[in-house]
Design a protein around this ligand. Structure first.
Ligand code: GLC
Length: 731
């Protein structure tokens, strides 16, 4: 069909005129026709105001797929709105929101942005987009999450636009101390204003509203290895052999698009993967899990079961003539399931039996913005209202009838992953599923982990991964990472090592690269480099008890694993500005080198005493230090007063329960928690877990059971950072 959103077809002369006319600080007259209502409620101790808007012509406020909590709402006629918040419908297809943005306030979250931690002073267009050019001119990315956090020190507010339509946030680019949000929609929507409260309280309230992640299966927290693509069975077996023989820990091998028969999802290539099930079961003996990619594009092919079924049962998005909408992706001309429909989600979910029958452990959802080849800008430049229906690729079926694509595009990847998650859960009801997705909307953490798409083997992208992941975390998503080593371009050994130094602290820990360029597996380099990579990956496995404790914390409070320093040190103004360091939980400060040929970096320590993770050297905080970090250094420092549970080195998480967990005590007086469960089933939700409060004082270590319904044979010991041999302990 005619994709009129192609940039080349936009009238540039007209676009320029519009650009000159646009005065962001100018407010238009309120022309709203429809109904609106303010309600208030409490989420924990956070006040929430909710605005519901239903313009004339929109039959209902559409289903919210993001919001899952429904506190007791009370209507208010004259709400007291923070920041002089005001709104209007400016043109039929656009709503504007204004708020004061005093210059000392920081702006955070908004999902995935190619930005520093403070996203202020920029425009952010939130529309789900596959744009592989991650550079300074980057705007829309894969995960548009319209949740903005504004504040400083201990007072933050959140604004969440509960709408799947595109939005543009202008966070005071004109330096007039005004923020403006434009929501491009012709449908109803809701806005939530949360606060004030501390940053952790705000994220807790937001994740109460949109949900939290469940505990991931333990294996998914181990090392994952991927490439586009390991082309055949032999290569995959060889990969497994190399990891085990070289004793580089690894849990998961990931198959990219070439395992399929010409990119037909729910099939395998007879030539290259003649018996996927057998290969997977043999790899299982060596304790490897296999994850496969599944894209939404279904090849248009009259001989192909998934296409025939989807077409005949009305599961695909339609064009305006009512025919199956066809777009181009890896398989060529393809149809796109309409995940807005529950019957379609069920159909797609059930189809995953194909993968589970082959023993596949988890599913990787990609290209689900959805991506259409050649389209890196989904909206016309300088658009000022929701484009007309005929410019919107295709139609979906919503609860209130047909809806044009752009109104619901931001939900596409989210609903695809929801369907995948539901499929895996219903097929294997006793196992926690692992789903990874590229595109996401608010609340995605309920269904999937995320990675930040097609980065490059550039130091700049290594550095950017920190603030980007911090904002993703503040947007509610704890299980996130980026391609370690970088996706495009050649990764030289130094970069890969520096990347692993940071990557062992990414909640999602996967090395992945594209088909062009050299391999970047930990063993693809000289033996000395491999040795360093091995040590770093081993450290990831040693940290697993601490990491699963952090995920447990997330389920209770919504806290991300990677946190900006301001999360724990909100009154330390210097710490609040830092985004090349981060807190990994409350006890570990990570300050990596993210530049080529550097051996020293400045590390800022907030007040307190800090211990180098490897050497135990002490630093008195409240000031920066210049620290030498040769290649292979674990760039982490532990807070005095912490007790960190560390596992013995293992080759894969199948060995976890045989390993001793050593509680490392930092300082004369310390406290910590230890959490354990079976790592795979849902038993922890029914109380099948152990939680211990650990203390150390007067030279004595003690573990008090706070909760205990899980039988474990794990062995334990403790050791002090001062040195000495570990002392075995019973819990
Ligand atoms: C997309 C994904 C990338 C994947 C490739 C081929 O570019 O972002 O991770 O390897 O498609 O499937």
């Amino acid at each position: 069909m005619d994709q009129t959103l192609d940039e080349s077809k936009v009238d540039l002369k007209e676009a320029k005129v519009k650009r000159r006319m646009w005065k962001p600080h100018e407010r238009l007259a309120n022309a709203f026709k429809g109904t609106s209502q303010w309600d208030q409620a409490k989420l924990g101790n956070i006040d929430v105001l909710r605005l519901s808007v239903l313009p004339v012509g929109a039959p209902v406020i559409p289903d919210s797929f993001s919001v899952i909590s429904n506190p007791e709402w009370k209507e208010v006629s004259k709400p007291s709105l923070p920041f002089g918040f005001a709104w209007q419908q400016s043109v039929p297809g656009r709503f504007d929101f204004y708020f004061e943005l005093q210059k000392e306030l920081r702006c955070l979250a908004l999902g995935e942005r190619f930005s520093g931690l403070n996203v202020r002073g920029e425009k952010h267009t939130l529309i789900s987009t596959d744009n592989p050019h991650h550079d300074e001119s980057m705007d829309s990315m894969y995960k548009p999450i319209p949740f903005l956090v504004v504040g400083r020190q201990d007072k933050f507010f959140g604004i969440f636009i509960d709408s799947s339509a595109p939005a543009r946030f202008d966070l005071d680019t004109e330096l007039t101390e005004e923020g403006r949000i434009e929501l491009f929609t012709r449908r109803g929507f809701r806005v939530f204003i949360l606060g004030g409260g501390t940053l952790p309280q705000l994220v807790e309230a937001f994740t109460t509203l949109v949900g939290r992640a469940k505990l991931p299966p333990l294996w998914s927290l181990g090392h994952q290895q991927c490439r586009w693509s390991y082309p055949d069975e032999e290569t995959v077996r060889e990969l497994a052999h190399e990891f085990r023989q070289r004793k580089i820990p690894c849990d998961t091998l990931v198959l990219d698009i070439d395992y399929m028969d010409e990119y037909r999802v729910f099939t395998t290539s007879k030539k290259n993967f003649p018996d996927l099930g057998r290969m997977v079961s043999e790899l299982k003996k060596d304790n490897f899990k296999v994850v496969t990619i599944v894209d939404p594009g279904v090849k248009e092919d009259d001989q192909y079961k998934t296409f025939i079924e989807g077409r005949d049962k009305n599961h695909f998005c339609k064009n305006k003539e009512g025919e199956v909408f066809i777009g181009k992706v890896w398989p060529g001309d393809s149809a796109f399931p309409d995940f807005l429909k529950s019957q379609t989600r069920k159909w797609w979910a059930d189809a995953h039996k194909f993968y589970t029958d082959n023993g596949i452990a988890g599913i990787w959802n990609d290209m689900n913005e959805p991506a259409f080849f050649g389209i890196t800008k989904v909206l016309p430049p300088d658009f000022s209202e929701m484009p007309a229906e005929e410019e919107q690729f295709c139609l979906h079926e919503a609860q209130d009838g047909e809806v044009p694509h752009l109104e619901v595009r931001n939900l596409y990847g989210f609903l695809m992953s929801r369907s995948t998650h539901e499929g895996l859960t219903s097929i294997r009801p006793n196992e926690r599923p692992f789903v990874l997705t590229r595109s996401a909307a608010a609340g995605i953490q309920r269904y999937a982990a995320v990675w930040l798409g097609d980065n490059k083997s550039w130091y700049e992208h290594l550095g950017k991964s920190i603030p980007m992941l911090l904002n993703v975390g503040l947007s509610g998503i704890p299980f996130a990472g980026v391609d370690i080593g970088g996706f495009w371009d050649d990764a030289l050994p130094e970069l890969v090592i520096r990347w692993y130094e940071v990557g062992i602290f990414y909640p999602f820990f996967r090395n992945h690269c594209s088909l062009s360029g050299r391999g970047q597996e930990a063993y693809a380099y000289a033996p000395s480099v491999e040795g360093i990579a091995r040590k770093l990956i081993e450290t990831r496995y040693r940290l697993l008890p601490y990491i699963r404790g952090l995920f447990w914390e997330h389920t209770k409070t919504g806290a991300p694993l990677m946190r900006p320093l301001m999360w724990h040190y909100p009154t330390d103004e210097f710490a609040c500005d830092i985004d090349d360091q981060f807190m990994f939980g409350s006890d570990i400060l990570v300050a990596p080198i993210v530049e080529r040929a550097h051996e020293f970096r400045t590390v800022y320590f907030p007040k307190g005493t800090w211990y180098h993770f490897e050497t135990n050297e002490k630093y008195e905080g409240g000031r920066p230090y210049v620290i030498k970090m040769p290649l292979g250094t674990i760039p982490a420092f532990v807070r005095e007063g912490a007790i960190i549970p560390l596992a013995d080195v293992m080759q894969h998480t199948g060995e976890y329960s045989d390993k001793t967990i050593t509680f490392k005590v930092y300082g004369d007086k310390a406290a910590g928690v230890y959490f354990e469960e079976d790592g795979i089933s849902w038993e922890y939700e029914k109380g099948g877990y152990n939680e211990y409060a650990l203390t150390y004082a007067g030279g004595k270590f003690a573990a008090k059971k706070v909760h205990g319904d899980f039988t474990s044979n794990q062995k334990f010991a403790y050791v002090t950072a001062g040195g000495g041999k570990p002392t075995p302990v019973e819990l």
